[in-house]
Design a protein around this ligand. Structure first.
Ligand code: LRH
Ligand code: MN
Ligand code: MN
Length: 431
């Protein structure tokens, strides 16, 4: 298996940029100092913020029209983990991986050993009952007409057991949460009874929840449409919230940024879920039209900032919830390693900008109904170029000041391209 990135490559790359970085960091520090903000405090918080990468994100994704494989794509979970380690070596923001079963099914002892060797951990596990698994003898029945909400009790039972198997793999590798997203729904009015389908789903989710280890959480992930085009069983945060309430204290809602109606106020959903203590985690990505799975912050960085503004505003209430921060993206026209490195940077950027909002001033303007100054105060955080903070946090953690430049110099993609022949199979491509 290809070696990762040589320490030397990172050091040489950093030498080129370090002097300019020190000057930029000092200049930004002086600006922040005039506002009573200590730049090192912000840098420390940013360095402490990590986000998990999706195992399925390191291969080239695809759409329902085509998949164009890239060079050196990982052929299985162990090569995927290697690529995840490269992302973390350079960016130092992604020490955990979120696995998808059965795409990543392997002996848990081997998964654990490999992750330890690479210095990685595991975040929430994902089950997969949104496609059939002809190679999995434990799942002979088809999910064509649904899984946890299927009209046939035998299919529901199979889907429950698959989720519990996913939990047991997760337990053996140190994960503490299960994310459940189902594609169940209908394409035509009348095809499915909306109420009965939800009740069947709840019944199955209760079975899964009963089987969770004591210290585990379950996340319900909603999505408005696709693959179902008329109704989806868990279509919005309302249904997700109802589910989490019915399931009880181990159950929380997962917000995937691409799973909402266009123009929906996502940051308000986040605020409500914090209020009701049901925010379980995120799947970060960006979109223009639907579940586009583009790189977080690449289309609408302000929206990402507004989500982080709610998280920072929540303070201790958020700490008590300890949500899982994960990326869920599909990379079709970029090198997935580069996309994931920059995504982690964009997420930290939104966090740093939210930390720079003068909260006391903002509250004052809000209470005085000074709409213009409240808006300006919020936007002042967003307008800061916080790159020196992000770069310094990476550098001090052993990463690269410019991680994409260092990655390109390293020749990692060329090396793995020689070792890993291109494959056209889906193997964890996005649905
Ligand atoms: C569904 C989804 C869900 C799946 C992943 C592959 O669109 O967001 O999280 O597990 O994509
Ligand atoms: Mn998702
Ligand atoms: Mn999605």
């Amino acid at each position: 298996m290809a070696a990762r990135i040589d320490r030397d490559v990172i050091d040489k790359s950093n030498e080129q940029f370090q002097e300019a970085l020190e000057a930029d960091y000092a200049a930004l520090g002086a600006r922040l100092d005039r506002r009573g903000i200590a730049i090192d405090d912000i840098k420390r918080k940013v360095a402490g913020f990590t986000v998990a990468v999706p195992s399925w994100g390191v291969g080239t994704g695809g759409t329902r029209f085509a998949r164009f494989p890239g060079g050196g794509e990982p052929r299985g979970i162990f090569e995927k983990l290697n690529d995840c380690a490269v992302i973390n070596d350079l960016g130092r923001a992604t020490p955990a991986v979120s696995l998808h079963i059965p795409w990543d099914k392997a002996d848990p002892a081997d998964l654990r050993a490999k992750a330890e060797e690479l210095g990685l951990g595991f975040d929430a596990m994902n089950s997969n009952t949104f496609q059939d698994h002809p190679d999995d003898p434990s799942q002979p029945l088809s999910y064509k007409y649904g899984s946890l909400s299927h009209t046939d009790a035998a299919v529901r039972q199979q889907a429950v057991e698959h989720n519990l198997e996913t939990v047991s793999i997760g337990e053996a590798i140190g994960s503490k949460a299960l994310t459940v997203w189902i594609g169940d729904g209908s394409n035509f009015p009348g095809q499915s009874d909306l109420g009965r389908a939800f009740e069947r789903y709840l019944g199955a989710m209760k079975e899964i929840t009963k089987g969770l280890p004591a210290d585990w959480r379950i996340f319900s992930e909603h999505k408005m449409y696709e693959p179902a085009f008329y109704s989806t069983v868990v279509q919005d945060w309302g249904t997700s919230y109802l589910t989490a309430v019915e399931l009880g204290e181990k159950a929380f809602c997962l917000v995937d940024l691409g799973h909402h109606a266009p123009n929906v106020n996502m940051e308000q959903i986040v605020s409500r879920l914090i209020h009701s203590r049901k925010l379980g985690g995120f799947h970060f990505n960006d979109s223009k039209y639907g579940d586009d799975d583009l790189d977080a912050g690449s289309i609408d960085p302000f929206r990402l900032f507004l989500v982080f503004n709610e998280l920072v505003e929540a303070g201790a209430r958020l700490d008590a919830l300890g949500p899982s921060y994960m990326i869920d993206q599909s990379h079709n026209v970029t090198d997935p390693i580069e996309s994931l490195i920059r995504t982690a940077g964009e997420i930290r950027r939104a966090y740093a900008q939210a930390l720079l909002v003068d909260r006391a001033a903002l509250r004052g303007f809000q209470d005085e109904n000074d709409a213009l100054m409240a808006s300006e105060t919020l936007k002042a955080g967003f307008r800061f170029d916080v790159e020196p903070i992000l770069a310094k946090a990476r550098l001090e953690a052993g990463g690269a000041i410019d991680p994409i430049a260092a990655y390109r110099t390293s020749g990692y993609r060329q090396r793995v391209s020689q070792e890993r022949p291109a494959s056209r199979g889906s193997g964890g491509g996005i649905v």
